[in-house]
Design a protein around this ligand. Structure first.
Ligand code: SAM
Length: 278
């Protein structure tokens, strides 16, 4: 019988956040695949669990993924853990899950600590609709393209970021979204120095340029505000027709162009222009 892959979330700072089910899964798995075996060993020691560990990280994932798959297909159960939080969210677990699905292996995700959801819920930003954007690329061109893509995004946007890149990221965000865009900077979640700074991009840049940031951050950025739709009035239409006629257009062409520009029926624009002349 084939084994299974369990995705086991681990605390993002507070060891008390490990659930009974997560602990039990780690105890019962045949082996544990870990992003950094030294980090996971500390957690296992804390939990009093002795288990065989295999490393699975960004630079060995292609090779190790196949070894893990073979062991699962041979009947073993594997528990996958990342350094902290939910495996497969902005860490190499994503590829192993895909590999398992492609090979008919059952994947079971245990719910638990996850930085993106913890940050969103504490952020004070709108939570009804949101999108997770992960880490921005370190390459200037692709980060700008990524942010440019999000320019008109109305949903709350969530980003992961390392402290040493925070100010540069905030500056790129201010360029794309404007300095006044609200943002919540969620730092050291579930830890002793947990902090949520609700501010604007411009103020965040000033704050962290003066006091270089420390710790882990999730950035929760407000979506673009709703654009106020202004309905053109008859007077707007008539004024625009007159303006275009003064520029040399015939009345017919001025009406046609105004109707197009203001998205109004031509007869409405024509009547408005006549009314004003009268
Ligand atoms: N898979 C994990 C999850 O979703 O929970 C996240 C892994 S990702 C490699 C690590 C990033 O998560 C950090 O750079 C930071 O942005 C965020 N993060 C993790 N723990 C955090 C914490 N306690 N407080 C704030 N951000 C945290």
């Amino acid at each position: 019988m084939a084994g299974m892959l369990y995705l086991v979330p681990t605390p993002i700072g507070n060891l008390g956040d490990i659930s009974d089910r997560a602990r039990k899964t780690l105890e019962e798995a045949d082996f544990i695949a870990a992003e950094d075996t030294r980090v996971s060993l500390k957690l296992l020691n804390h939990l009093g669990i002795k288990k065989s560990l295999i490393s699975y990280f960004e630079h060995n994932k292609a090779f190790k993924g196949n070894i893990i798959l073979e062991r699962i297909l041979a009947g073993e159960t594997c528990a996958l853990v990342s350094d902290a939080g939910s495996p497969a969210i902005s860490d190499p677990g994503e590829d192993l899950v895909k590999l398992c699905h492609e090979n008919g292996v059952t994947v079971c995700a245990i719910p638990g600590p996850c930085a993106v959801i913890t940050a969103l819920s504490i952020s004070g930003q709108a939570t009804g609709r949101f999108c997770f954007e992960g880490f921005l690329s370190t390459a200037k061109k692709s980060r700008k393209a990524h942010l440019e893509d999000l320019k008109d995004e109305r949903r709350t946007m969530i980003f992961y970021e390392a402290p040493h890149k925070l100010v540069a990221t905030l500056e790129d965000m201010a360029e794309a979204f404007g300095e006044d865009r609200p943002i919540s900077l969620c730092r050291e979640l579930t830890k002793l120095h947990e902090e949520v700074v609700r501010t604007t991009l411009g103020e965040a840049i000033a704050k962290y340029t003066e006091n270089p940031p420390k710790g882990e951050f999730v950035l929760v950025l407000a979506g673009a505000p709703e654009k106020e739709e202004t309905v053109p009035t008859e007077a707007d239409a008539a004024t625009r027709v007159r303006q275009l006629m003064e520029e040399g257009l015939s009345r017919k062409d001025a009406v046609k162009q105004t109707a197009k520009e203001l998205n109004l029926p031509k007869n409405v624009v024509y009547d408005a222009a006549l009314n004003m002349e009268e």
